[in-house]
Design a protein around this ligand. Structure first.
Ligand code: F6P
Length: 324
């Protein structure tokens, strides 16, 4: 039962995407499929940029960050005309299934595409944000938190030498997973996340109590999507209450998206890439693959988009208690 399938990466790149592409390509070939790589995500589907991939196309990439087939955030795919062009290209090339590796935006595009054309499409969770329902972890998250943690440890050295307060912004447009884990692991005095509101009073209390106890340095981790704003905005607001505050602000930014994937991300990506191909083999469509409690898990693309994976609020309390 030979099938032609395509694999693409879309949205923010994440370390481990290459390992996932490798797993898709090699699993597909192993089972007698033909597999094509789509360049630049949905944009490539619209432009018909399909490149046949063989086993050697994915040699020596498991350890590489980024994505060898490139990625994009494609505005045209948000239009019905764009999606129709993509559908026509897939039909013209006799493609029978799409594996889309990406985050929320990628899944939203996939779900809409399936709704309109009933074309088999499987999502694999590739985003450093870890904010997808239906999987305990997303590909790239583990690498990103370790990259951020390495930076935070270095910041702590200089913060401590000067007895300074630092505000460090980590990625996470809509979610605080990165902030929570690196905050706890980096011994942060406080962590600000988009999922919780009205955190400023609490933060001011923590800072003042730290100074009261003659704490030298203090380090606050802020998720970029926090409703108080990023680090610059948060500091501006706090200075209204504590004008003498002379902190330093660091935005870690895209450094968190790069680098060689950790072992955990490579294993996760390999398992999920293979599971996505198996899903197509089993005739599944319109689903996202994930791993929950170490078992392969499937949810519909709609569930993956609409249901919220909760952050563990207990970790915030734990971080606060352990940093006193
Ligand atoms: O979705 C992953 C992510 O890294 C978010 O954490 C961040 O807000 C966003 O992508 C940045 O996107 P871009 O690289 O397009 O600026």
């Amino acid at each position: 039962m030979e099938k032609n399938i395509v694999v693409l990466t879309s949205g923010g790149d994440a370390p481990g995407m290459n390992a996932c592409i490798r797993a898709v390509v090699r699993t597909a070939i192993y089972h007698g499929f033909k597999v094509y790589g789509v360049e630049r995500g949905y944009q490539g589907m619209i432009e018909g940029l399909f490149t046949p991939m063989d086993s050697s196309s994915v040699s020596n990439i498991i350890q590489r960050g980024g994505t060898i087939i490139k990625t994009a955030r494609c505005k045209e795919f948000e239009t019905v005309e764009g999606r129709r062009l993509a559908f026509e290209n897939l039909q013209m090339n006799h493609i029978e299934g799409v594996i889309a590796i990406g985050g929320n935006g990628t899944y939203a595009g996939a779900a809409q595409f399936y709704k309109e054309f009933s074309f088999p499409i499987i999502g694999a969770p590739g985003t450093i944000d870890n904010d997808l329902y239906g999987t305990d972890y997303t590909i790239g998250y583990d690498t990103a938190i370790n990259t951020a943690l390495d930076a935070i440890d270095k910041i702590r050295d200089t913060a401590d030498s000067f007895d300074r307060t630092f505000f460090v912004e980590v990625m996470g447009r809509d979610s605080g997973f990165i902030a929570m884990d690196v905050g706890l692991a980096g011994g942060a005095e406080a962590i600000l996340v988009p999922e919780l509101h009205n955190e400023l009073d609490h933060l001011i209390g923590i800072l003042q109590s730290g100074w009261g106890r003659k704490k030298g340095s203090q380090l606050i981790v802020v998720a970029e999507g926090d409703d108080e704003g990023g680090v610059y905005e948060v500091v501006k607001k706090i200075k209204k209450y504590i004008p003498s505050l002379d902190p330093r602000m660091v935005v870690l930014g895209h450094i968190q998206r790069g680098g060689s994937p950790t072992a955990r991300d490579r294993v996760l990506a390999s398992r999920l890439g293979a599971a996505a191909v198996m899903a197509i083999m089993e005739g599944k469509e319109n689903i996202a693959v994930g791993i929950v409690n170490d078992q392969i898990n499937y949810v519909s693309l709609e569930e993956a988009i609409n249901l919220k994976k909760p952050v563990k609020e207990g970790l915030l309390k734990l971080a606060a208690m352990l940093s006193t």
